[in-house]
Design a protein around this ligand. Structure first.
Ligand code: OAA
Ligand code: MG
Length: 218
């Protein structure tokens, strides 16, 4: 792992996101559980870091919060095998996939891409680099509070497609590069936030490792 990866938020060239990777979340929005990963992207301009705010675009009233585990790619790779997948991971981060559910629903009905609903500026709040050895992929807890009320509390053991499976799938079609970020999907409990709300999110990893971040919604 090279040192520049600690600064992944400024070198990241692409953010690849997974949709419906937890069956409880697929069901809560009335979607079928996928049989292969659903992928979409956010532009790197979607990234926002503390102490900056999540900005709801002016014509919209609310966004949905989705807390997710972010995987940061170390080595540029294509066509990765399941055995090699782990070697290409440089570290992790806590991330939010902020979504205009109303816009996404309208786009879905029309069969259009989701980009506008999920790729606007500040739609990807992201925490600091987390060392690989702090995370055991089979037992990561992700949680999210809105105004001190718990809304999401999930475990990566409930992912439909594991992180290695996702790297195998994506790298078959898209070259993964140093600093790329993969958002691995949200557990259930997504819901609205409005201007004036505060989101606190956290990740609990190995050996009491804990990381939290806080964002105001404006
Ligand atoms: O908008 C959605 O429900 C798809 C998605 O990003 C997720 O499951 O994390
Ligand atoms: Mg998501």
């Amino acid at each position: 792992m090279t040192d520049t990866l600690k600064d992944f938020r400024s070198i990241c060239r692409k953010i690849i996101c997974i949709g419906r990777n937890y069956s409880e979340h697929a069901k809560e929005l009335g979607n079928v559980v996928p049989t292969q990963p659903i992928i979409f992207m956010k532009p790197s301009t979607a990234l926002v870091i503390e102490p900056n705010d999540i900005k709801i675009p002016s014509e919209w009233d609310e966004l949905h919060h989705e807390v997710e585990l972010g995987v940061i790619i170390d080595k540029t790779c294509q066509n990765v095998s399941k055995e090699e997948a782990e070697e290409n991971i440089g570290g992790y981060c806590l991330a939010l996939d902020m979504t205009s559910r109303k816009i996404q629903d309208d786009l879905k009905k029309q069969g259009h891409p989701w980009l506008l609903s999920k790729g606007f500026d500040t739609s990807c709040p992201c925490g600091d680099f987390i060392e690989k050895n702090q995370i055991d992929l089979s037992s990561v807890n992700l949680w999210l509070n809105v105004n001190e009320n718990i809304k999401q509390n999930g475990h990566t053991c409930d992912m439909i497609f594991s992180v290695p499976d996702l790297i195998v799938f994506i790298s078959k079609y898209i070259t993964l590069e140093h600093g790329d970020l993969i958002l691995t999907g949200t557990p259930s409990g997504v819901g609205p936030v409005k201007r004036g709300d505060q989101i606190t999110a956290g990740i609990n990893g190995k050996d009491d490792f804990k990381y939290t971040m806080k964002f105001n919604v404006v």
